[in-house]
Write a protein of this length. Structure first.
Length: 261
């Protein structure tokens, strides 16, 4: 741009030199702003067809942060369960995972085994459904990257590949490729999520629930935890009793991937 200005200045009087210079500066600014806008839009859109067919327009980081701030306490609570039904490549889920991991670091950075355990609790609390397989896979990889980067930085030489496998497995179970309207996975099976609960210090208990049942129960008027509404109403105690479709024995949190499905 500077070169173009210099070229335009040759052979003109001083008044028009100033006018040309101002015009070029304004033109440069307009072109640069347009380039910035189109670069940021191109990050939010992959193709016109995908926008038309799937409504795929990603949310800018600024809006993601502002929206998460509306429910700040929940996004920072390590074990608050979050489900995004059209998660794309994970803009919201990555931000929430980052916030939860900051809380883990704040509370447990001095104790490596606690840091590891609660970072896996944070991982296990994040759920997503996404229609397109490439987005779903990108989302899993991205979330694993967020966790692994924080895990490696905080744990130094105390990291374990078995724990990394556990984190990968949980993301594989929690981020599903499916249709949030029909509540079916890509292969036609119902969407089934696993509830992971920390029991007896270092053990994780897994219980699987159908998303359709959980939403049905929620429609009947229950509130609160995603998994507590799945089941039938118990008149005697006046509450919904959760009924998983399958329950697993507790296992060390770093070995959840070893349980046979
Ligand atoms: C507007 S984008 C938002 C993505 C992400 N939540 C974000 O804010 O960056 C909508 C996403 O929903 C997905 N999608 C569209 N219909 C869906 C459906 N029925 N079930 C699940 N995901 C769906 C699209 O593939 C797309 O990735």
């Amino acid at each position: 741009m500077f070169g173009m200005c210099m070229y335009a200045l040759i052979g003109t009087d001083s008044k028009s030199i100033l006018a040309i210079f101002v015009n070029y500066v304004v033109l440069c600014l307009v072109i640069e702003m347009a380039m910035c806008y189109s670069a940021s839009m191109s990050k939010l859109i992959k193709s016109k067809d995908r926008v038309a067919d799937f409504g795929e327009v990603f949310t800018h980081e600024r809006e993601v942060k502002a929206m998460c701030d509306l429910v700040k306490d929940e996004t920072e609570r390590i074990d608050s369960r979050v489900l995004e039904p059209a998660c794309g490549d994970g803009n919201f889920l990555a931000e929430i995972l980052n916030r939860k991991l900051s809380t883990v670091k704040f509370r447990y950075s001095k104790n490596h085994s606690d840091y590891e355990k609660y970072s896996i609790v944070a991982v296990s609390s994040i759920y997503g459904v996404e229609l397109l397989e490439d987005n779903a896979q990108h989302c899993r990889d991205r979330l694993f990257g967020v966790w692994n980067e924080a895990y490696s930085r905080n744990m130094g030489k105390d990291t374990s590949d078995e724990c990394r496998e556990a984190a990968r497995y949980i993301f594989h179970r929690n981020i599903l490729c499916g249709d949030a309207l029909s509540l079916l996975q890509k292969d036609g099976r119902p969407i089934i999520f696993s509830e992971w609960s920390l029991v007896a210090g270092i053990m994780f208990k897994r219980r699987d629930f159908e998303l359709a049942t959980m939403l049905e129960m929620q429609d009947l008027g229950t509130q609160g935890d995603l998994f507590l509404s799945s089941g039938s109403f118990d008149k005697e105690i006046g509450a919904y009793i959760p009924q998983p479709i399958i329950e697993y024995k507790p296992i060390e949190y770093w070995r959840v991937q070893c349980q046979i499905e």
